[in-house]
Design a protein around this ligand. Structure first.
Ligand code: GLC
Length: 555
């Protein structure tokens, strides 16, 4: 069923058209602006762009409230511009994934308008209704503290409607075969316009039983995932779904599908949270456990790895104690926290702009099992604006230069203000300046991406956790087709001298070739390596002689 495994070694970059580049001076980013920046993305080493929702929307949840699935919001351009953009990406060898938000629509979607205004409307059953207030109305809110209920009374329909998210996002009745058929149609439409697949929003909620009588354990319709996957691959064999599913490890394979017939990719929320815990506590124990627990059963399943995304850093899967440790380290102030479970800041301010920690965080992300996903702006260590509500603090315009409005727009006012104070202001943090400085974070990231692409073992290979006694140091090794690579990461603010065996077998080449410098390591007579890592230091090694390494990179 799978015709191309491109996603196993991709470099994903996530951006919203709105905040990337404004070409017409109205203060809002657009497809024409984005097109002008395709060479920048290509130069960075990006191989696939994930676009956040850009379809017509009242914009009350940054586009995650769609009112027309078959259109481009006029603020961002036209369908013609979209096709020009996908073509431009293709010419540069970059694929395009787009958000597929079908758990709910906007309450301004014509389907919902028809459904609420006429009980006999064919669209009535596209949503989830209840005459009486359901007993579970005050449960299951995704945005606690902001959202107070999951059922809201509608005066026109004279009934309550179900909404897992904000009240302006009525849930689609995804069990309805007509709704399912429409979802396929939406996918088919965008596939035809040149995309390589979808980041599917809120997947556990899409497949969950919905309604007033749903008990504590709703039925989950996993067969739906198979039908999405099948449809996609019949239409275009190399297209994929990257699922947003913050689930427990025991359920991973239900989403990937036991024999690879469901989602090709999922975001690894388990590893994400434990990675931040490791950064906050210098203890990699729980991260090691998360890696073992989330090892997929078969080769074509792939994790999407991320540091920060467009939402809050969700720490809901950690223990209360672990969560507090991360809050204390990276978001101590209430204003930095969100929805009782997460931190809404961007990566750089969380890590206090510490270059060593930023490099460590990215180096780990690029070497964990999965496909890395970079959030726009994080490549220049952009900051946030906590004066903006909820998650908007980390969605401000991209900082291109020190020109007014950070070179993002010529407008007097932009859709959200550019960051102009706090040490992360655009006069100091911008692409133009970092491109000129060979030691900038941007240039470091570009080099590390280049190296990541020369190490396909991570995407393809089997990983093993190296036995290192120091809990602050994570050692990972990958084997693939007689090649092996080994990575060390020190999560401690102090240096660490570690000693380890590079592999399970004696008699392996004793040399570890450093891929980032000429500080190689030779095993002692007993086959052990001894490496002294700097505070937050890291190493990328190829196992074997230099000749092997050269041959490997020439492939
Ligand atoms: C997902 C998105 C989030 C959005 C929500 C509702 O969680 O990541 O940004 O608000 O779905 O669509």
């Amino acid at each position: 069923m799978i015709t191309d495994l491109w996603y196993k070694n991709a470099i994903l970059y996530c951006l919203s058209v709105e905040s990337f580049m404004d070409s017409d001076g109205d203060g809002v980013g657009d497809f024409r602006g984005l097109m002008r920046r395709l060479d920048y993305l290509h130069g960075l080493g990006v191989t696939a762009i994930w676009l956040m929702p850009f379809q017509t929307s009242p914009g009350r949840d940054d586009g995650y409230d769609v009112s027309d699935y078959y259109s481009v919001d006029p603020r961002y351009g036209t369908l013609g511009d979209f096709v020009e953009f996908t073509q431009g990406a293709k010419q540069r060898g970059m694929r395009v994934l787009i958000d597929l938000v079908v758990n709910h629509t906007s309450n301004e979607h014509p389907w919902f308008k028809a459904a609420r205004s006429d009980p006999k409307s064919p669209y009535r059953d596209w949503y989830v209704w209840s005459k009486a207030k359901p007993a579970n109305a005050d449960q299951g809110m995704v945005f606690p503290g902001v959202q107070t209920t999951t059922w809201t009374w509608d005066d026109v329909a004279e009934a309550y409607y179900f909404h897992r998210f904000y009240e302006f996002q009525p849930d689609l009745n995804t069990a309805n075969p007509r709704v399912q058929a429409e979802i396929l149609k939406i996918m088919g439409f965008w596939i035809q316009l040149g995309v390589s697949g979808f980041r599917m929003d809120a997947v556990p909620f899409v497949i969950s039983e919905k309604g007033a009588k749903v008990g504590k354990k709703p039925v989950e319709h996993f067969d739906m995932l198979r039908s999405f996957r099948e449809f996609l691959q019949w239409r275009k064999g190399d297209s994929i779904i990257l699922a947003e599913a913050n689930i427990l490890p025991k359920d991973d394979m239900k989403y990937f599908g036991a024999d690879g017939d469901r989602m090709q990719m999922m975001f690894n929320f388990q590893v994400n949270q434990n990675l931040f815990y490791a950064l906050a506590s210098s203890d990699t124990g729980p991260l090691r456990t998360a890696l073992k627990q989330t090892r997929p059963d078969y080769d074509t399943a792939q994790w999407g790895l991320f540091l920060r995304n467009h939402d809050e850093l969700d720490l809901g899967r950690l223990t209360a104690g672990q969560r507090q440790t991360v809050f204390d380290a990276f978001g101590p102030d209430k204003s930095m926290q969100l929805y009782d479970r997460g931190i809404r800041r961007r990566l750089a301010p969380m890590l206090k702009g510490d270059r060593r920690m930023l490099e460590l965080a990215y180096s780990v992300m690029f070497t964990l099992p999965g496909t890395p996903v970079i959030r726009y702006g994080d490549e220049i260590a952009m900051g946030d604006d906590l004066a903006l509500p909820e998650r908007n603090c980390a969605r401000t315009p991209m900082q291109w230069s020190d020109e007014p409005q950070a070179g993002f727009s010529t407008a007097k006012k932009t859709f959200l203000p550019v960051i102009s104070d706090s040490g992360y202001d655009y006069a100091h943090v911008n692409v133009a300046e970092q491109r000129r400085d060979p030691n900038s974070f941007l240039n470091w990231l570009e080099r590390i991406i280049r190296m990541r692409q020369e190490v396909p073992e991570i995407g393809w290979g089997e990983f093993r956790i190296i036995d290192i006694r120091d809990a602050a140091v994570l050692g990972l090794r990958y084997d693939w087709r007689n090649n092996a690579v080994l990575f060390l990461h020190n999560f401690h603010a102090e240096g660490s001298a570690v000693s380890f065996r590079s592999g399970p077998r004696r008699g392996e080449p004793g040399k570890l070739v450093n891929l980032l410098s000429d500080d190689h390591s030779e095993a002692d007579g007993d086959g052990r390596h001894h490496v002294t890592l700097e505070p937050y230091g890291y190493r990328w090694y190829r196992v074997g002689g230099l000749d092997d390494a050269v041959r490997r990179t020439e492939m």
